[in-house]
Design a protein. Structure first.
Length: 371
């Protein structure tokens, strides 16, 4: 390499940055708007502006198309808004995620703070001398408000709360314009009139029909209500002599299930959905003997209630989404059992039912304790 005789210092390696010219005053801003030397407008050349505008036009067009497609799908498959015409899901029965095996739910509900608890903790402090129930509820809600708490029936604790929440639950029964009084309809036949349904006959729940449902201190005989969850268009089939041997292994492996199937055969296979409630463990079965009644009772099978098929199918939206067929369990003579946690399990029996404690399929468990 020839020697550099110019006398200038050698350039630094990597020093390629060019120092921008010094500008003062308004010249600083005018060159941002337009730089005549580089031909840039707002620091970008016209070609750069065209490319970035084209990119965002494509980007937002794709985003709008994706949103439109999602909204179209949603509007196509959404449940109809309940109203005079009712509301129905797009897919029902086997086509739906819910399927054709309804589970069991329990009422009255727990307080908001204990919504995940299955323990009916009875305090025996609710005194009921009669009067207007709604006025009593409003008074309890005012007391909550005075204490700075959320004023809702789901916040009322103790036996009083259970009684008030049961009262609120029963408000929906018999109020729908599509409900028909069909006490004389065949119990073993579905009431298959589209848009019409049999209102549940609350009188079949025996002493659990009227407020305070056994939660008052004067007569502590609390009632717990079991409901068969709703599945649109479902007409459950009863277990009979033709399908008895085809039931799921969960019934055959369970001692209680095998005993029930034997009792079912002895009773002549009544054409109804049946619910059997008993103590979950041997000790509970023994302790609850004589302390538990069930309504409406199925004759010939111990601790078993019936749900007539005339309450099916569920083919139209009902007020507040309620008005299920119910089973009532009444606990009585609890004074000797004070302070003891009673474990109760209720199982539904219909063709194809699966019982699983792990998945809570086809059954419901709860506890009762009188403090």
């Amino acid at each position: 390499m020839a020697d550099d005789k110019s006398g200038k210092p050698p350039p630094l390696m990597g020093a390629t940055a060019i120092r921008p010219p010094e500008r003062t005053g308004a010249e600083k801003y005018t060159y941002i708007l337009y730089d005549p030397k580089n031909g840039t407008i707002l620091t970008r050349t016209p070609k750069s502006w065209a490319l970035i505008i084209l990119f965002y036009c494509i980007y937002y067009s794709c985003l709008a198309a994706f949103w439109t497609a999602c909204m179209t799908i949603f509007l196509k498959i959404q449940i109809e808004i309940p109203g005079e015409s009712g509301g129905r899901p797009t897919w029902t029965l086997g086509e739906s995620i819910i399927g054709v095996r309804p589970g069991l739910g329990i009422r009255p509900a727990q307080t908001y703070e204990e919504v995940d608890s299955g323990i009916f903790s009875l305090d025996g402090e609710f005194e009921w001398k009669g009067g207007d129930v709604q006025t009593a509820i409003d008074t309890a809600l005012e007391e909550l408000k005075d204490k700075g708490k959320w004023s809702d029936v789901s916040m009322i604790e103790g036996s009083k709360g259970y009684a008030f929440r049961a009262y609120e639950f029963f408000k929906a029964f018999g109020t729908s314009p599509d409900a028909e009084d069909c006490k004389n309809a065949p119990a073993d036949q579905p009431y298959d009139k589209h848009g019409k349904f049999c209102t549940f006959d609350l009188t079949t729940l025996g002493p659990c029909t009227t407020f305070p449902y056994g939660y008052a201190k004067e007569a502590m005989t609390p009632c717990v209500f079991i409901k068969l969850n709703r599945i649109m268009d479902l007409i459950p089939k009863a277990i009979n002599k033709d399908n008895a041997g085809e039931q799921d292994d969960s019934l055959k492996k369970d001692v209680s299930g095998r005993k029930f199937m034997e009792d079912l055969a002895t009773a002549g296979y009544p054409n109804k959905v049946l619910v059997k409630c008993e103590g979950e463990y041997p000790a509970d079965k023994e302790i609850l003997d004589g302390h538990m009644d069930i309504f409406p009772k199925q004759d010939g099978i111990a601790n078993t209630a019936e749900i007539p098929l005339k309450y099916f199918p569920y083919d139209k939206y009902r007020k507040d989404g309620k008005e299920n067929p119910l089973v009532a369990i009444q606990f009585k003579n609890l004074d000797p059992l004070k302070g003891r946690l009673l474990h109760v399990i209720c199982k539904a029996y219909y063709d194809g039912v699966i019982h699983s404690k792990k998945d809570k399929a086809g059954l419901v468990k709860f506890n009762v304790m009188l403090k």
